[in-house]
Design a protein around this ligand. Structure first.
Ligand code: RFL
Length: 402
């Protein structure tokens, strides 16, 4: 194979990039280690920022989400049984669209293939070479069509877009002495759950409880995501179903009129279809490019799920990277490409900063030992968020991705 841009990874970052290049008449091939069915059913994110929806719409990539996406404009915090409702959509004048990541991915794959694009599924990339030369080579494993015996294929390209996630091969191909990444490990875990049950409220709930954070995020009318703060060392087996539903009810309970916090919970248990412990951390690779390799999405940075930014940031990277490739191929001007890292990193850090701020709001990370002091501060912050001032407006604009 020979192409202009070899795209490693058929997640949101790789697919958006490939579609934009295809639209501009730039040749590209996408490779993914997984089968099409696997990537189209991998449930992860669900909240699309306003500006990302607008971008997808402008480019004609939004048919599915326009039909099936649900607009969200309000979120709710709970602390000591009290409810703090934030109508961020009214404040910012726009909304989130809830549309599960696997639907986004599936729509983009369908569109790219319908327009004549090539995606090589079940083609794990095992080596990337020639990053400093004028021709880069992607080596991948595949199966012979006739007898299914293993074969190695090569794709030659001008550039490689590493959109293969945090554990992919692209970031690992940058020489260690040229590679730099910064990490924050929060020392907490989240038990991430998906349950076949309708959301107990229409809005997202962030419950700040003395036993730890609990969250509820709608995904589809039948499926809801829940999170429970836990130890990062916990195993899934430490969390049997009864314990999960007990903790969710307890942490998300609200005060009834007589001040009793246990009596007022709408939560109905349902079948758990995913249960896994996430170690809460953020990592920013500050080398987003090396030679003719460019990293986008989780390959370049991972961000805790707080604030629901990961998929949005991945798509935003690809939007910029595609523009840079298009300027290069159309006008012979490589300035934007050469400034890719320099241009994207400030945006990445702005997003990380918001997520870090929000993580400290919904968890009690008090290092000085005064959890009460920290709780009072969190309450003061929630009261300001429910007010009308600049503090609340800034939150609203950042959260919804205006
Ligand atoms: P992806 O989606 O991981 O896609 C990478 C692709 O690369 C393939 N791959 C390879 N292919 C070939 N050869 C190799 N050697 C390869 N190695 C890997 C993989 O098979 C895969 O198909 O990365 P991308 O495109 O950068 O997209 C990033 C997003 O997936 C991620 O940031 C979000 O899911 C994060 N995230 C959320 N983001 C949001 O914006 N809003 C949310 O509400 C939200 N919730 C979440 C989340 C992530 C979660 N987890 C489990 C990580 C909730 C959870 C639980």
């Amino acid at each position: 194979f020979r192409t202009q841009v070899g795209v490693v990874g058929a997640g949101p970052a790789g697919l958006v990039l490939a579609l934009l290049l295809q639209q501009a008449g730039i040749a590209c091939i996408v490779l993914d280690r997984q089968t099409r069915e696997y990537v189209e059913t991998r449930a992860r994110a669900g909240f699309l920022e306003h500006r990302i929806v607008e971008f997808l719409r402008r480019n004609g990539f939004s048919k599915g989400l326009d039909l099936r996406g649900v607009q969200h404009t309000t979120c709710e915090f709970r602390l000591e049984g009290r409810q703090y409702i934030v109508p961020y959509g009214d404040m910012a004048g726009c909304a989130h669209t809830v549309y599960p990541q696997q639907f986004v991915v599936s729509d983009l794959i369908e569109l790219f293939i319908a327009r004549g694009g090539t995606i090589l599924f079940s083609h794990p990339v095992v080596k990337i070479e020639g990053l400093e030369d004028d021709k880069a080579v992607i080596h991948c494993h595949a199966q012979n069509n006739i007898d299914h015996s293993p074969v190695v294929k090569q794709v030659e390209c001008d550039f490689i877009a590493g959109c293969d996630g945090f554990h992919g091969i692209a970031r690992a191909s940058i020489p260690p002495d040229r590679f730099s990444a910064v990490t924050r490990q929060y020392g907490i875990g989240w038990l991430a759950l998906l349950a076949e049950v309708p959301s107990s409220t229409e809005r997202v709930i962030y419950a700040l409880h003395e036993s730890g954070f609990a969250g509820q995020m709608p995904r589809t009318p039948q499926v809801t995501r829940f999170y429970l703060e836990c130890s990062p060392q916990d195993k899934e087996s430490d969390w049997p179903e009864e314990r999960i539903w007990h903790e969710l009810r307890k942490r998300m309970a609200v005060n009834s009129n007589d001040g009793d916090r246990s009596g007022n919970d709408e939560l109905v248990p349902g079948k758990l279809i995913e249960r896994r412990v996430l170690d809460m951390r953020s990592v920013v690779t500050e080398t987003m490019q090396y030679g003719n390799l460019f990293l986008a999405g989780d390959a370049a940075h991972i961000i805790t799920p707080v604030g629901a930014k990961g998929m949005n940031l991945a798509i935003a990277d690809s939007e910029f990277l595609a523009e840079a490739f298009i300027t290069y191929y159309r006008e012979g001007d490589g300035t934007h490409l050469s400034k890719y890292t320099e241009t994207r990193l400030p945006h990445v850090w702005q997003t990380i900063e918001f997520s870090d701020w929000m993580l400290r709001l919904i968890h009690n990370l008090d290092e000085s030992g005064s959890r009460t002091f920290s709780d009072r501060l969190r309450r003061a912050r929630l009261e300001r968020l429910c007010g009308q001032g600049d503090y609340a407006n800034t939150f609203a604009a950042n959260y919804v991705g205006k």
